[in-house]
Write a new protein. Structure first.
Length: 256
């Protein structure tokens, strides 16, 4: 197999396993905290926590804006792998080609930074960025094959991951909050759970005690109650057809 074929096969394997491969960052983060010296970990100040949370929540907001404006599709179409026959170039897709991947990057960057261990922050951020880049190469190969010149033209003036708000085109579809809640509440719950877990481990390493900071205790409990409430609401209105999840125009994205 020539190198180009090996590279394509490698990208395809990454793409096929895109849902679980980022989860390897969890044991890596735990290991980084357990072997780090307390004075080598960035102190857990309110400002530091706020910066990390803002980075991750920006990613969540980008995902929400993307999902909320997507055309509605049934759950069967999503789970069966049916791909859209329409190239979506409005809403968030008008300013950036891969808004879901951008949201994922920012959400993970906030988590990685909050670990607070220098070598882990640099290494994990680079690895996840490289992973995302390989995933997007695979997605764009499929997009180019499916949509041809239409995709090439759109890609020629729309950045892959850096939004250009001057290109904004309003979506034809109305924003659906329920669509966002249906598809994103579990991911948001695990995002907060990850921050809570890291805070617990940080306190164990730095303060030698298994305890949560008051801030993350409140946020964790509030998020748990919110998640249970949304799950109950969704069960009560399950007579409505499920909504679609976000795609990079036709390909289901790797999620949190």
């Amino acid at each position: 197999m020539i190198l180009s074929e090996q590279s394509a096969a490698f990208r395809r394997r990454l793409y096929d396993n895109r849902h679980w491969l980022p989860l390897l960052l969890y044991p890596a983060a735990i290991l980084a905290l357990l072997i780090a010296r307390p004075f080598n970990i960035i102190p857990d100040s309110f400002l530091f926590t706020l910066i990390c949370a803002i980075i991750s929540l920006t990613g969540v907001a980008i995902r929400a804006l993307t999902v909320g404006y997507l055309p509605r599709r049934t759950e069967d179409e999503v789970t069966s792998g049916v791909k859209s026959t329409e190239l979506i170039t409005q809403g968030m897709y008008s300013v950036v080609r891969h808004p879901i991947s951008l949201g994922n990057l920012l959400a993970w960057y906030g988590i990685i930074l909050y670990v607070g261990v220098g070598w882990f922050i640099v290494g994990a951020a680079l690895l996840y960025t490289l992973f995302t880049y390989q995933i997007l190469l695979c997605e764009e190969e499929e997009l180019a094959k499916r949509f041809g010149d239409r995709y090439t033209l759109w890609a020629s003036y729309t950045n892959a991951l850096i939004p250009n708000r001057k290109l904004w085109i309003s979506s034809r579809d109305r924003f659906s909050l329920m669509q966002v809640l249906r598809r994103e509440y579990i991911g948001f719950f695990f995002l907060v759970l990850t921050f809570v877990t890291i805070n617990l481990l940080r306190n164990r390493v730095i303060e030698f005690t298994w305890s949560l900071s008051p801030l993350w205790t409140v946020v964790g409990i509030a998020t748990l109650l919110f998640t249970l409430f949304i799950r109950l609401i969704i069960k009560l209105i399950n007579k409505y057809p499920p909504r679609t999840i976000a795609t990079s125009a036709i390909v289901l994205p790797h999620s949190l």
